[in-house]
Ligand binder design. Structure first.
Ligand SMILES: Nc1ncnc2c1ncn2[C@@H]1O[C@H](COP(=O)(O)OP(=O)(O)OP(=O)(O)O)[C@@H](O)[C@H]1O
Length: 277
């Protein structure tokens, strides 16, 4: 059996941008549609193996969350294919929890959806509640939770159900340091057990400590993919240059990005900016 767990081939995710709600209606009615195209992800391909821990990095709007939702099956690609060998679980602050239900009901619902029996859920429930550290709030509706509590519950459910592929999108950024450390321990345990992990974080420290590979996205395309030690310094160098750009240079850079993401520039075309080598 191949040890490839995720194969992304030529994936594009196109959104339509509407200036007002009526345009959406026109888009449905008119034979050629209406509204501006926006490519959040463009002709993206990469593969991940069992045991890979991949940090997804890129500046705001580069498509990190879109890619994590695509890998997790939350949204479908417009074109291209995503092949998964194993169960995938997404951990993100805003995902997967129903605000009207209590924490306990959310645990039961998620586990039922994943195909666990009532008996298995009874066994998993205390483990999840203990990991989440939300005490008596477990029987309160999730809408009363702080973002840290939501994130802890989401993380606890996702790791306890033991997926093969884990996508962690900024989920550690809202908790306190002690919980983040506990999550990192759990993720290291998963790493040792050969699971595939995608990790999105704005904390370069966390990425550096935890990841072995880096997938660097630039406006919906892969700018670089490879060993953490090789790619992360290049990304950090880029960030430094990007921050140092003059207002005029940043404006030019953004204009080209807009052209590219509206499909008017071919995928793969280089951006003209001092930092985009
Ligand atoms: N439902 C949608 N409709 C239209 N555009 C969208 C939609 N979802 C995302 N986008 C656009 O796609 C681009 C990529 O967004 P995405 O959230 O994936 O980026 P990101 O790298 O995760 O950004 P950040 O670091 O700010 O979270 C953005 O320009 C965003 O505005």
């Amino acid at each position: 059996m191949s040890n490839k767990t995720v194969i992304v081939r030529d994936v594009t995710k196109k959104y339509k941008m509407y200036k007002k709600p009526a345009e959406k209606l026109l888009d449905i009615i008119l034979p050629n549609g209406y509204g501006e195209d926006f490519y959040a992800i463009q002709n993206l391909s990469f593969e991940a193996n069992q045991g890979d821990v991949i940090g997804i990095v890129g500046v705001n709007g580069s498509g990190k969350s879109t890619l994590s939702n695509l890998i997790s099956g939350i949204i479908p690609p417009t074109s291209g294919t995503i092949e998964l060998n194993g169960e995938v679980s997404l951990i993100a602050i805003a995902s997967g929890l129903n605000n009207e239900l209590t924490g306990r009901e959310n645990i039961e619902l998620k586990c039922l959806m994943l195909g666990f029996s009532k008996q298995e859920i009874k066994r998993l429930e205390p483990e999840i509640i203990e990991f989440a550290e939300i005490g008596k709030f477990i029987d309160q509706p999730v809408k009363k939770y702080s973002s840290g509590m939501k994130s802890r519950l989401g993380f606890a459910i996702s790791v306890t159900v033991d997926p093969d592929i884990l996508v962690i999108d900024e989920a550690l950024s809202v908790g306190d340091q002690t919980f983040a450390d506990k999550c990192l321990d759990k993720m290291n345990e998963f790493k040792e057990r050969g699971k595939t992990i995608f990790f999105i974080s704005h904390s370069m420290g966390q990425v550096k400590r935890f990841c072995e590979k880096i997938l660097w996205l630039e406006y919906g395309e892969v700018r670089a993919y490879g060993p953490m030690k090789e790619i992360l310094p290049k990304y950090q160098e880029f960030l430094k240059e990007y921050k140092a750009m003059s207002k005029e240079e940043k404006k030019r850079f953004k204009q080209q990005v807009q052209l590219k993401q509206s499909g008017q520039k071919k995928p793969g075309d280089k951006l003209q900016a001092s930092s985009a080598k």
